[in-house]
Design a protein around this ligand. Structure first.
Ligand code: HAM
Length: 421
């Protein structure tokens, strides 16, 4: 146990961190392009925020939250998602006071107690975007375009954008009734989760993963047939803006999403080669959430991308770039007398912004050269007792294998000229 991480978690080791930094840089570049500013909120929040925000009848709240009581007897929860927390921060810091539409993004760990499998973890990372303060359908289109452009910039092309409108508190009760009517005589056959969803939140039946429930819900009424005029008009405008922008989408009237705060636009981006966990991104409008959290009625929309899934997809398509972590110089010191001058040389190299490292374990020449190779060092500087006595070093070019003896006081300038050229 002491040498194994908790189930569903993953260490990101030095040899893969470059891939994460590459994806995160793409996130930052695209958010910069679209004018979204980064926000960082705590990893845990008051449990109540998620109960109210996400909805008590969702799987996330019912089965997946990491909730604990702290020493002050408060109930806290590791964030299972970051929309509710962003709304909390938006209200706490009155971000609405200065800016009419706040455009925010985040990158960070989320926590859900789910059955781990490829692409599904208990700690995972999301990049998310939230635009708070406008009902303009153009922001729906912008948010969706940002998600698509992010994935395409990384090279993922065979994406399916599924789009739906899940209505609003005006039209949803009508749909709810029609759904209940549809499932009434199938109730006995539904799984126990769906039987309890029937009264509390029948739309969730459409999202059940149970094969028999899926079959039973074939032919269920579509929400888009029950939308009120306002929702219909909004949806039409979003579709037309996306079409004009050349963003392909597929209408999916059964797309209900797993969190309760959604209103109007809902979407998911799927990448089929990922198999069972093919949803790489999901989001939508949540026009009632800010009010639910104690603010004045404020429309908002956002999405989140699962970064592990994106990395899996990039790996599958061999789209991950080789990220070089090569050193410019590796200093090899042999024997006790060489240690101090070698360390001084290391400091002088770094003072000139030359990437340099050395062996601190006092190992053999062979072992140190091996380490230099592993560090992909472009040059090696060697010094032992003789070199120290002669105030010189041996400089080896690791590509040509040429080596020369030069004065120690000249080596930094020479390497600077080579490396920074
Ligand atoms: P979500 O659909 O629950 O939405 O999660 C978004 C994405 O996070 C999923 O499409 C998936 O890629 C990834 N994801 C979810 N659970 C896991 C897991 N256990 N392991 C690995 N990846 C996972 C939200 O979280 C909303 N907050 C999105 C949003 C933002 N809606 C409006 N604003």
């Amino acid at each position: 146990m002491l040498t194994t991480g908790p189930r569903g978690t993953k260490d990101i080791l030095p040899d893969t961190i470059g891939q994460w930094l590459y994806v995160e840089k793409t996130v930052r570049d695209i958010c910069d392009l679209y004018g979204y500013k980064e926000i960082r909120t705590p990893i845990f929040e008051h449990t109540e925020l998620f109960l109210r925000g996400i909805g008590e009848t969702t799987d996330v709240v019912e089965k997946e939250m990491y909730t604990f009581i702290d020493r002050g007897k408060r109930s806290l929860t590791l964030r299972p998602e970051n929309t509710a927390a962003t709304v909390r921060a938006y209200l706490e810091h009155k971000l609405y006071a200065d800016i009419a539409v706040n455009k925010l993004f985040y990158i960070g760990s989320m926590f859900r107690y789910d059955r781990p499998q490829a692409g599904r973890y208990r700690e995972f990372h999301q990049f998310g975007v939230e635009a708070l303060g406008t009902l303009n359908p153009a922001i729906d289109a912008e948010i969706i375009m940002l998600a698509v452009q992010f994935l395409k910039t990384l090279g993922l092309n065979d994406l399916k954008l599924a789009l739906n409108s899940v209505g609003c508190p005006n039209c949803r009760p009508v749909y709810r009734e029609r759904l209940q009517e549809f499932f009434r005589d199938k109730l006995e056959e539904l799984c126990s989760d769906c039987r309890s969803r029937y009264d509390r939140n029948p739309m969730r039946i459409l999202d059940c993963k149970n094969e028999h429930c899926k079959e039973l819900s074939m032919g269920a009424p579509n929400i888009t047939d029950c939308l009120c005029d306002e929702c219909t008009d909004h949806f039409e405008q979003v579709k037309s803006l996306l079409t004009e922008a050349g963003i392909e989408f597929e209408l999916d009237p059964r797309l209900v999403r797993g969190l309760d705060y959604y209103t109007k636009t809902a979407f998911e981006i799927q990448y089929a080669p990922l198999g069972a966990q093919s949803a790489v991104a999901g989001g939508g409008r949540y026009d009632g959430l800010i009010e639910e959290c104690g603010g004045s009625p404020t429309p908002a929309i956002g999405f989140a991308v699962g970064l592990e899934r994106v990395l899996l997809a990039l790996e599958k398509q061999a789209l991950l770039p080789e990220v070089s972590q090569a050193m410019d110089v590796f200093v090899v010191a042999l024997g006790a007398t060489a240690q101090k001058p070698a360390f001084k040389l290391l400091c002088d190299l770094r003072a000139k912004s030359i990437k340099a490292s050395m062996d601190f374990a006092g190992r053999s020449l062979k072992a140190q050269m091996k380490q230099a190779n592993k560090a992909m060092a472009r040059y090696v500087v060697m010094l032992g007792e003789n070199e120290v006595n002669d105030s010189c070093v041996i400089l080896k070019d690791m590509i040509t294998s040429d080596q020369e003896k030069i004065a120690i006081k000249e080596v930094v300038n020479k390497l600077y000229a080579e490396v920074k050229d």
